[in-house]
Write a new protein. Structure first.
Length: 388
């Protein structure tokens, strides 16, 4: 017995000064339950994706979800953490509980509160997702700067391709009312180093980096034999998790081998190729990550990811539009919420509820959520099981 998504909630992403981690969790959970039309008393378990690592003092946050409804009291609640893939870790754990027969209705929430801290403090907290024995003190811009430098050294300067990705995702965010940065900054600005777009970690510029964000998303999963009770449902054609070595010193920085393995396994499970997908939401924590993911997902051979941009494949209206939501780059990246958000956005696409983001006749979507620098890799292939 597999599981399907039957309801969802999603806060706006951004600097949400009136919100706390608790209020974000509660708000998204209530919205998802209401959207699914299911009572809290029917929930068998709660899974929360939340990274934290010192971002907030709430180190024991799973039971904050019970604040959403008193009928959630005494429900088992578990916090899942796998760096920036904590949200997908929560989804996969909830789905596995349903597949194992341990639950029939699962509430999954992803949330993070970040913007109350200074940028340096956020960078320090996120740095805990690296390999402390060798990478202590490195920020994630510095880590992905090393990926970009290695990629450029092997394949040539791809700064213009990175600027194309940033500009594309900012344009896409204009169609997403929940996105943090709804502004078309343009290719020229993204491709030019300036006072407003400085080098952050060479060769990465400010526009190559995702945003510091507050936000939450939630969804309700139910066993597939319950789908007759719901107006629409989105199911998993495939779901693959792959973890790679944590030390960067043990990995090729010019190739996302862990992500590539996750895509291959998901495609094999689903019985498809990349060319069968109608859209993808992928983990563009930095623009170099999205460029390398084009290659990992099979859109282009190694070193030729820029072709996906030059040929228009990944643009809105292209053969395989990537990050129609604006991605982490412009939608925002509240770490624990990101994986859940990506699944919510994809589900909305597949049932025709994505508004101005909608990909016409979308039947098969891909979500790729990544923790660390290609370490924890989650790939879902989703399809509508029941349209509203």
């Amino acid at each position: 017995m597999d599981a399907s998504i039957v309801g969802w909630g999603h806060t706006r992403f951004g600097r949400l000064e009136g919100e706390t981690l608790e209020s974000l969790i509660v708000g998204a959970a209530r919205e998802a339950l209401a959207d699914a039309g299911i009572a809290a008393a029917q929930v068998d378990g709660i899974w929360l994706g939340n990274f934290n690592a010192g971002l907030v003092p709430d180190g024991f946050a799973a039971s904050l979800a019970l604040q959403a409804d008193d009928d959630l009291r005494f429900k088992p609640a578990t916090r899942c953490e796998n760096a920036c893939a904590s949200g997908s870790a929560a989804i996969f754990a909830a789905r596995n509980a349903i597949r194992a027969g341990e639950a029939r209705v699962a509430l999954v929430i992803g949330a993070e509160k970040m913007t109350h801290l200074a940028t340096a403090e956020v960078a320090e907290a996120l740095g805990h997702a690296g390999y402390a024995a060798q990478e202590a003190g490195l920020t994630f811009p510095a880590i992905f700067g090393r990926f970009a430098a290695a990629y450029f050294q092997k394949w040539g300067d791809r700064s213009a391709a990175l600027a194309q990705i940033a500009a594309k995702n900012h344009r896409n965010a204009l169609s997403n009312p929940l996105a943090q940065m709804r502004k078309d900054v343009g290719f020229a600005f993204c491709n030019t180093v300036s006072d407003k777009n400085p080098i952050v970690a060479a060769p990465l510029r400010l526009t190559d980096c995702s945003l510091v964000s507050d936000g939450a998303a939630a969804l309700v999963l139910v066993a597939d034999d319950m789908l007759g009770d719901f107006r629409r449902a989105v199911g998993f054609r495939a779901a693959a998790q792959v973890n790679d070595f944590l030390p960067m010193s043990r990995r090729d920085l010019t190739a996302f081998e862990g992500p590539a393995q996750a895509f291959r396994r998901a495609y094999a499970q689903a019985g498809i190729t990349v060319h069968d997908l109608d859209f993808a939401e992928v983990h563009d924590c930095f623009t170099i990550a999205e460029l390398m993911l084009y290659e990992a997902m099979g859109l282009a051979p190694p070193g030729q990811g820029a072709r996906a941009l030059d040929e228009g494949w990944v643009l809105k209206g292209g053969a395989l539009p990537v990050n129609l939501s604006g991605g982490l780059k412009a939608k925002g990246h509240p770490v624990g919420a990101t994986g859940v958000s990506m699944h919510v956005i994809a589900a909305r696409q597949l049932v025709g509820e994505a508004g101005d983001m909608q990909r016409q006749d979308a039947a098969l979507g891909c979500v790729f959520n990544m923790g660390g620098s290609g370490v924890a890799n989650y790939c879902s292939i989703l399809e509508a099981r029941k349209a509203g």
